[in-house]
Design a protein around this ligand. Structure first.
Ligand code: NDP
Length: 455
């Protein structure tokens, strides 16, 4: 019976997408959910293409210690994400350093347009027989004066990324949810004092054990019914916050933990969203559009766990396998024939500085202006900007020298140049005089574009 039907199905499916090369399955987002979908689909020989976006590894990659991943007592988020990606790639998945700029799910094959993360002017169009949305969510902001001005200079939304910069200093945390409690607990072990500002008279957080642990910390003060109206500071960073009651509280850093918004704006009008912008899915992760699946924090305001996103990823992948099984062989055969563009070759034009003496020597050699990347191995945004810096260094060879400094190994340099957030890039002239200091991916990207454009 199958012997007769299968060739007919294959012929039908091949003709469905006859005139173009179609990716059997395209995954938008390279976090834990997207990565798990990639593992399952690649093991089933679907050769998924993962558009990993500007935040490789997703939210989990920013977590210094993951303690609730089954089978691992304690694991660094970035290491876990590297392993998930390696596992998917070993079975045939391909990761692209691109982000999606638009999708058209109105007809199959779906159209997905991307731009390169390192060269934003480079656009590509893909056609996909199925699509998995695994774009996660992003943190919310207070919208108060000084918040953006001191962003990266004392204001942060990631204690795990930036907390170590506040050893023996006084920091504040805003929020009353589980994230705020976790961040305050994490910071209590590093900072001398932690002030937690909760706008209601009670916590929203549900983990009583953690709340008790927080109350037991002698260096933590919990301020209920307290809202912030302004972040105050000087050139080098935050010095205080102003409360709605008018009182000032002196602080060296402020961490926001006030919830998040799903990264689903791209999909508005394409798939059904709920009022808060989360994608609505049916059993099996399918969205309102057949062959489009969604998972993880993009659909889930409540649990938002790595392991639940992974479970969603497995479900979406299995649903795709079952739904596409008739079309898959023809699609995959056609896809294999395509000479896919090879990933950018690894460049190594950035010199890693190992000692202060080497740093001074390179900086003051008088040959070229110098761009210095201050990074840390635990900082996910640093990883993102590293590829961009390598590509810039290659383009600007002979015009600028590029150095990188691991701040955990060269704490004296970090102090000398007042590095208060990661990544920070400093531009020096030929004589070693500081010209510009840029913090965060956007500012650094703008600086590099400027240097590239000016050559
Ligand atoms: P939540 O939405 O749970 O909490 C956000 C907190 O920020 C609330 O206390 C809210 O106050 C406060 N807030 C929001 N806007 C402002 C503002 N403008 N000014 C002051 N305060 C503000 O977000 P979370 O990120 O904490 O958690 C999200 C989900 O993830 C939750 O379901 C949580 O349980 C879960 N989670 C679970 C963890 C775990 O290990 N099990 C860890 C972290 C999160 P209000 O209460 O007044 O609205």
């Amino acid at each position: 019976m199958y012997g007769k039907i299968l060739p007919l199905l294959l012929a039908a499916s091949a003709s469905l997408f006859a005139s173009e090369t179609v990716v059997p399955s395209l995954i938008i987002g390279g976090g834990v959910g997207g990565g798990t979908a990639a593992i399952y689909l690649s093991r089933a020989h679907f050769q998924p293409l993962v558009i990993q976006g500007s935040n490789p590894g997703g939210a989990l990659a920013q977590s210094e210690s993951v303690e609730n991943w089954p089978g691992a007592l304690l694991v660094r988020g970035a290491d876990l994400m590297d392993q998930i990606q390696a596992q998917a790639v070993a079975s045939g998945a391909e990761y692209r350093n691109e982000e999606v700029v638009s999708v058209d799910f109105s007809k199959r094959p779906f159209t997905i347009v991307t731009r390169s993360v390192t060269h934003p002017q480079d656009l590509k169009t893909y056609r996909a027989a199925s699509c998995v949305i695994a774009t996660g969510s992003k943190p919310n902001f207070l919208g108060i004066e000084g918040e953006q001005e001191y962003w990266g200079r004392g204001v942060s939304n990631c204690a795990i990324c930036d907390g170590s910069l506040y050893k023996d200093k006084r920091v504040g945390v805003v929020g009353g949810g589980d994230s705020a409690v976790l961040e305050a607990l994490y910071l209590a072990n590093i900072a001398s004092e932690v002030d937690l500002f909760v706008r209601k008279d009670h916590f929203r957080a549900s983990d009583e054990t953690r709340i008790e642990a927080l109350r037991a910390q002698s260096n933590v003060t919990i301020h209920f019914e307290t809202e912030l109206t302004e972040v105050l500071g000087v050139e080098s960073g935050v010095t205080a916050v102003r409360l709605a009651q008018g009182k000032k509280v002196a602080l060296d850093g402020l961490f926001l933990a006030i919830g998040s918004t799903p990264n689903t704006a791209l999909f508005k009008g394409q798939v059904k969203l709920d009022e808060a912008g989360y994608i609505v899915v049916k059993e099996g992760q399918e969205t309102s559009v057949p062959f489009v699946y969604a998972l993880g924090d993009a659909i889930d305001p409540l649990f938002r766990q790595a392991v639940s996103a992974a479970g969603d990823g497995a479900r979406a992948a299995l649903a795709i396998q079952s739904k596409l099984s008739a079309q898959a062989p023809a699609l995959i055969a056609a896809y294999r024939k395509v000479d896919l563009e090879k990933p950018l070759k690894q460049l190594a034009s950035v010199i890693e500085v190992a000692t202060r003496v080497q740093f001074e020597k390179e900086l003051r050699s008088g040959e070229l202006p110098v761009v210095v990347d201050f990074y840390a191995t635990w900082c996910a945004p640093c990883k993102r900007i590293a590829a961009r810096l390598e590509s810039s260094a290659e383009q600007l060879k002979g015009k600028y020298k590029f150095l990188k400094v691991n701040v955990d190994e060269m704490g004296d340099l970090m102090k000398s140049y007042q590095i208060r957030a990661m990544p920070t890039v400093i531009l020096f002239d030929k004589k070693g005089t500081l010209l510009e200091k840029k913090v965060g991916i956007e500012e650094i990207g703008d600086l590099l574009l400027h240097l590239e454009g000016a050559q």
